[in-house]
Design a protein around this ligand. Structure first.
Ligand code: GDP
Ligand code: MG
Length: 375
C-alpha cells in the first residue's frame, strides 16, 4: 500500500529515527519507530528535512557530507585523506587486516609507538609519487557503522569489504554491501586468507557478481584485491587501490576554519573524566577550542593522536582523543567549534532540551501503544 514505518523512512532518507520522530512530534503526531506512515505524512517529513522527495538515498548521503562544507569554505578547499571502514562477515579477518596494516605501515620505533587505540588510526603512504595518508576507523564490524548511520552521521569515504577466500559470501557480507550501497559509499573488496590451501578467490568473485560487484578483469568496475592479513601480503596494493578509488571522490575540506566533525567514540574514564574521539571533517581542531558535541559543551584541554602523541592541532580527516568534555556524547554525534562561547552554551542548552522532548515523545508513544494493547 506504499506506506512506510518511521524506521524505514529514516533508513531511506539516511537520517536518525529520532529526527523523524521529532518532526512528527512537532506536527502533533506521537509516533514509535514501528508506526506506519501514509505517503502524505512521509512526504511531509521528507520536505521538513529539506530533502527533495525524488532524491535517492545516495544523494541524501552525499548531502550529509557536503553539509560539513559551507559556502564560505569553497575558496579554501584542499584535498583531505580518505576515511576508511572495514566491513565483512565475522571471522573473515577484519581485525587481522586492521592490525596487519597498522603494523606494516606504522614503524615500531616511531615516537609514541602504536599502542594507542582511539577508534581510528592513520598510515602514511606514497601515491603517484606524493606523500599521502589513509585513515582507518578501527571499530570494525557493523555496530559502529550502523550506529552512526542510524544517527545520520556519514564518516566513511570508502568501505573495504573483507571476504574470506575459503568461506565466500556470507550473511554479514551481504549486510555490509547493502549498508555501503545505501550510504553511497564506494566498495573495495579485499579477498582475504589467500594463503590458505582451501582459498578459492575466483569463487568469491563469482558470488559477488550476484550483488553487482563485478571485478574489473570481468568487465566490471569493482576493485578486488587478494590479500593475506596473516602473512601481510598485498597490503600495499590494497592501500594503493583505496587511494585510487578516493581520487574520484570529492574529498575536500577547508583546514582554515573552526573544526566540525563527528564523535566516533566516547566513554567515561576514571582518571581523565569524559573522553571522546573526534573525527575532524572540516576545519582544524585546536587546544583551547570551545565546542558543542551532541548536547555536551566542552573546551579542548588536551588532544592525543593515534600514536599517543599530545598534539596542538588536528586537521581534516584526522581523529584525536579529546579531553575537556563536561559529559559523554554518543558515537555519531556531531561536534562543532564555536568562537563565541555564549553561542556554544545556548546551542548545548537547546540540544539538551530537544533530546528531552524526543525522549518524552517516545515515552508518550510507547504509553499509547501499551494502552491500546491493554484495551
Ligand atoms: P574478524 O571477526 O573479521 O575480525 O576476523 P579476525 O581478524 O578475528 O580473524 C578471524 C580468524 O581468521 C583468526 O583466527 C585469524 O587468525 C584468521 N585470519 C585472519 N586473516 C587471515 C589470513 O589472511 N590467513 C589466515 N590463514 N587466517 C587468517
Ligand atoms: Mg574482529
Amino acid at each position: 500500500d506504499g506506506s512506510l514505518t518511521v524506521q524505514e523512512l529514516a533508513m531511506k532518507l539516511v537520517v536518525p529515527e529520532s529526527e523523524v520522530i521529532k518532526i512528527l512530534f512537532f506536527k502533533g503526531i506521537a509516533a514509535t519507530i514501528n508506526q506506519a506512515l501514509d505517503l502524505e505524512t512521509a512526504e511531509m517529513v521528507t520536505k521538513e528535512l529539506g530533502i527533495e522527495v525524488e532524491a535517492g538515498t545516495q544523494e541524501s548521503a552525499a548531502k550529509k557530507v557536503t553539509e560539513m562544507i559551507e559556502a564560505g569554505d569553497l575558496d579554501y578547499l584542499q584535498r583531505r585523506p580518505p576515511v576508511v571502514t572495514i566491513m565483512g562477515h565475522v571471522d573473515h579477518g577484519k581485525t587481522s587486516l586492521l592490525d596487519a596494516i597498522r603494523h606494516a605501515k606504522v614503524a615500531q620505533g616511531e615516537a609514541g609507538g602504536i599502542t594507542q587505540h582511539i577508534g581510528a588510526y592513520h598510515v602514511d603512504v606514497e601515491h603517484n609519487g606524493e606523500p599521502a595518508q589513509v585513515v582507518f576507523l578501527d571499530t570494525p564490524g557493523h555496530e559502529a557503522f550502523t550506529a552512526m548511520r542510524a544517527r545520520g552521521a556519514r564518516v566513511t569515504d570508502v568501505a573495504v569489504l573483507v571476504v574470506a577466500a575459503d568461506d565466500g559470501v556470507q550473511p554479514q557480507t551481504i549486510e555490509a554491501i547493502s549498508h555501503a550501497k545505501a550510504a553511497g559509499v564506494p566498495i573495495v573488496v579485499a579477498i582475504n586468507k589467500i594463503d590458505k590451501e582451501s582459498a578459492q578467490p575466483d569463487r568469491v568473485k563469482q558470488e559477488l557478481t550476484e550483488f553487482n560487484l563485478v571485478p574489473e578483469e570481468w568487465g566490471g568496475d569493482t576493485i578486488m584485491v587478494p590479500v593475506s592479513a596473516l602473512q601481510r601480503e598485498n597490503l600495499d596494493t590494497l592501500l594503493e587501490m583505496i587511494l585510487l578509488v578516493s581520487e574520484v571522490e570529492d574529498l575536500y575540506a577547508n583546514p582554515d576554519r573552526p573544526a566540525k566533525g563527528t564523535v566516533i567514540e566516547a566513554h567515561l574514564d576514571k582518571a581523565r573524566g569524559a573522553v571522546a574521539t573526534f573525527l575532524v571533517q572540516n576545519g582544524t581542531l585546536r587546544v583551547g577550542d570551545v565546542f558543542v558535541a551532541g548536547a555536551c559543551l566542552g573546551k579542548v584541554r588536551a588532544m592525543i593522536d593515534d600514536r599517543s602523541q599530545r598534539v596542538e592541532a588536528a586537521g581534516p580527516s584526522f581523529a584525536v582523543e579529546v579531553l575537556g568534555l563536561t559529559d559523554v556524547p554518543a558515537a555519531g554525534d556531531e561536534f562543532e567549534v564555536f568562537t563565541d562561547e555564549k553561542a556554544a552554551r545556548s546551542l548545548a542548552d537547546q540540544r539538551t532540551m530537544e533530546q528531552r522532548q524526543v525522549r518524552l515523545a517516545q515515552a508518550m508513544a510507547a504509553r499509547r501503544v501499551s494502552l491500546t494493547t491493554l484495551s
